[in-house]
Design a protein around this ligand. Structure first.
Ligand code: NAI
Length: 301
């Protein structure tokens, strides 16, 4: 039984779309929920309180507990206030779901700083700021669950989304490091790459696809990752429309040259260098990977 009784969860960008769905399910499973939303447009303009307030009302009407917050995740003081709202209302925080964000798509050739900076700030820095504000509390209590939201665009690239992809892949690196740093404090951090119908995707995806990928298909994985039942950490999951899978970063077996290779020597063995079949992951982090490289280099020479 995946149960969040007694836990306090913060969901950012929970005034609509995926965040709303996550907040409703976490509350249904017993969590008291900090519902954050700045109430901006799809491209991050404006601000209004109605979205977060409406989700709080939905949770309360269904017999759950929730409190609204209308600060921006992309602001250090805002992030502190988001966590403080949960602490003031419920006295603790156990779960952080970093979900808030918006898009400013354009081909990289035409992309301006006004399209790069705010997108990196909301997705990457926003996720870091809110996690940072919660971190001392999670560490002190020896328990925490963090779920960050990446995207297929970040993991695999997508035309017109250089700003967003960079921020989203940044969250993967961030998560892998806090997974290591949080391990001895009972903190687990994972990443989801969702696929869901929302205002963010309604103009991009065809109607048949939108109909098949309601946000409610994504939230059960979030609830599992947010619960004590899940001990995994530093992992990435692709999820949507009933599909759930793990995405991994794998390093191929590679090639060890006897001497400093020439550029032509690299070119000659390109097929082996680029082949990741039989490759491996490094759950122990950069140190484990570097150790494996050193071992191969020293045992082969
Ligand atoms: P959405 O636009 O419905 O929800 C995003 C929410 O974040 C909005 O309610 C917005 O007001 C809020 N928000 C934006 N900036 C904020 C800020 N500075 N502080 C607080 N709240 C802020 O979009 P959707 O689809 O629900 O997206 C949720 C997350 O999932 C985003 O991080 C998005 O990048 C990610 N994602 C969604 C995919 C999808 O298929 N819908 C695909 C891949 C990733």
């Amino acid at each position: 039984m995946v149960d969040l009784d007694g836990r306090v969860a913060i969901v950012t960008g929970a005034g609509g779309g995926l965040g709303r769905s996550h907040a409703l399910l976490l509350a249904q499973r017993g969590a008291k929920v900090g519902v954050n939303d700045l109430g901006v447009t799809r491209s991050g303009e404006g601000a209004e309180t109605a979205a977060a307030d409406a989700v709080v009302a939905e949770i309360v009407d269904a017999g759950g507990e929730a409190v609204a917050n209308h600060d921006s995740v992309a602001d250090v003081d805002g992030a502190d206030a988001i966590v403080q709202t949960a602490l003031d209302s419920y006295g603790r925080v156990d779960v952080v779901i970093n979900n808030a964000g918006f898009l400013r798509d354009r081909s990289f050739a035409k992309m301006t700083a006004e399209e790069i900076v705010p997108v990196v700030e909301v997705h990457l820095l926003g996720g870091m700021y809110v996690t940072k504000a919660a971190w001392p509390h999670l560490r002190e209590q020896g328990y925490g669950r963090i779920v960050n939201t990446t995207s297929a665009a970040g993991l695999f690239g997508n035309f017109g989304q250089a700003n967003y992809s960079a921020a989203k892949m940044g969250l993967v690196g961030f998560t892998q490091t806090i997974a290591h740093e949080g391990a001895k404090y009972g903190i687990r951090a994972n990443v989801i790459a969702p696929l869901a119908a929302s205002r963010m995707t309604e103009e991009i995806m065809p109607a048949e696809l939108l109909a098949a990928v309601d946000p409610t298909y994504v939230s059960p994985l979030v609830a599992y990752l947010a619960s004590e039942a899940c001990e995994d950490t530093g992992r990435v999951f692709s999820v949507g429309g009933g599909y759930v899978s793990r995405v991994a970063i794998v390093e191929g077996p590679g090639v060890v040259f006897d001497d400093i290779p020439t550029p032509e020597g690299i070119a000659d063995r390109w097929a082996e260098i680029t082949d990741v079949a039989g490759g491996r992951e490094y759950p122990g982090g950069a140190g484990e990977e570097t150790g494996a490289v050193i071992e191969r280099v020293t045992t082969t020479s």
